[in-house]
Design a protein around this ligand. Structure first.
Ligand SMILES: *Cc1c(COP(=O)(O)O)cnc(C)c1O
Length: 406
């Protein structure tokens, strides 16, 4: 028989969402008429904007004509999209990033998971706790997890983020090679300010670490002091890769398109001490293992950068953020403690008293028919929290909040 990658056996069973679904189904069966309000949704729900839809329709027509047909595209993505991104998301914000430092992909999750292909197998990574599970699981698959002790892998450095530290990951007490930062954060909904992010960039420069910066929720930022890109911080280009996605920005979760920025000045060290460009290695990796995001998705993404596309996507983001505002205000009026919901569509709700995440989940479900996501599912430090999202309709959001008010 074929030998398997044993590292996969070290992965914890990912039972969070299936357990949520199981408990909801059980409740529904016991209370057939009862309305269920899903506030655990981790996906956008509004349709794509017209500008993107029109552009994709027209791209489909291109594929139907011999003269406009597009087959394999550049593995790095089409210049028409890379140039729009460079102009709009970077130089327009005073950041100097060239189109050839931008790699278009089929979403941020794959790039986040694949990026460590070009890094040493025996390096150490640091993540926050709670965390977006992709960072941990992909490193465990690559053999960087070590033994699993309780909820942690001994090979991974966990940085607790909680109310006490204001959800700002503390600098580690031993040096990691790679640090994953997600701001605005999933699941806590909080975001790092310029000064807080600068401390991490300075640390990475001092210690020679690489930061993998996930800014999938960049479009939700409303606070002036929260950077949209890590490259707004001086010196970040030498230490950081940035992952962005059209999924939450423009509803592309089903269409699939995102991009990764690997600055040319970013270097890694080979075993013999030679300095090697990470842009060159990632380019090599992508041209070998990836054949480019679809032409149709890239035309759709390009349309987001038009004036109408900008206006329409902003409208949708504002719709979700109005839900978030309604939730924050109602929850605090009902006496709950919350974080997030200002620069992200996620609200991190403290369970009352010393209730566990799952007990509070059961309480909200059985009392009000409201479904959240237990914080403990995102890491040990998430125990005692529940994640609510602003991705439901206005009507359902208002209904859920009215149920919670005394
Ligand atoms: C949704 C999300 C992404 C984006 O994933 P895609 O693969 O681009 O759809 C990346 N990071 C986090 C933390 C997310 O929640």
């Amino acid at each position: 028989m074929v030998r398997i990658n044993d590292n996969y056996l070290r992965l914890p069973e990912s039972y969070l969402f299936s357990e949520v679904a199981r408990r909801v189904a059980e409740f529904q069966k016991a209370h057939p008429g009862k309305e269920i309000i899903r506030m655990g949704i981790g996906d956008v729900t509004r349709p794509l904007c017209k500008a993107a839809i029109d552009a994709m329709h027209s791209a489909v027509d291109d594929e139907a004509s011999a003269s406009a047909f597009h087959g394999y595209g550049p593995e790095q993505g089409y210049a028409f999209l890379r140039e729009k991104i460079a102009l709009h998301d970077y130089s327009g914000r005073g950041i100097d990033i060239d189109a050839d430092e931008i790699f278009i992909g089929d979403g941020a999750k794959s790039d986040l998971g694949n990026f460590t292909d070009i890094l040493a197998t025996d390096m150490t990574v640091a993540v926050t706790d709670p965390v977006y599970p992709v960072y941990v699981d992909t490193n465990v698959m690559a053999g960087r997890g070590g033994e699993r002790i309780g909820e942690h892998h001994e090979g991974i450095i966990y940085l607790p983020v909680n109310k006490q530290n204001g959800y700002v990951p503390p600098l580690p007490d031993r040096r990691p090679d790679v640090i994953y930062l997600c701001s605005p954060n999933n699941p806590t909904g909080t975001a790092l300010t310029r000064q807080q992010l600068k401390e991490w960039v300075d640390y990475a420069r001092r210690e020679g670490c690489l930061i993998l910066f996930d800014s999938a929720y960049e479009a939700y930022i409303h606070t002036a002091d929260v950077p949209h890109s890590i490259y707004e911080i001086e010196g970040a280009k030498e230490v950081a890769v940035e992952f962005r996605s059209f999924s939450k920005t423009a509803g592309f979760t089903g269409v699939r398109c995102g991009y990764t920025v690997v600055p040319r000045c970013l270097k890694g060290r080979a075993a013999d001490g030679e300095e090697v460009s990470l842009n060159r290695l990632w380019n090599r990796r992508q041209s070998t293992k990836f054949n480019g995001a679809s032409y149709i998705s890239q035309r759709g993404a390009e349309a987001i950068y038009t004036e109408e596309g900008q206006r329409q996507t902003k409208e949708t983001v504002e719709y979700y953020m109005e839900n978030a505002r309604i939730m924050r205000e109602a929850l605090s009026a009902a006496g709950y403690e919350t974080a997030g919901g200002v620069d992200s569509p996620y609200i991190w709700l403290k369970t009352p008293g010393r209730m566990s995440s799952w007990d509070f989940f059961d309480f909200l479900l059985s009392t009000h028919g409201i479904v959240g996501t237990p914080g403990s599912g995102f890491g040990a430090e998430g125990e005692g929290y529940l994640r609510l999202t602003a991705f439901n309709t206005r009507e359902a959001t208002l209904k859920a909040m009215s149920l919670l008010l005394p």
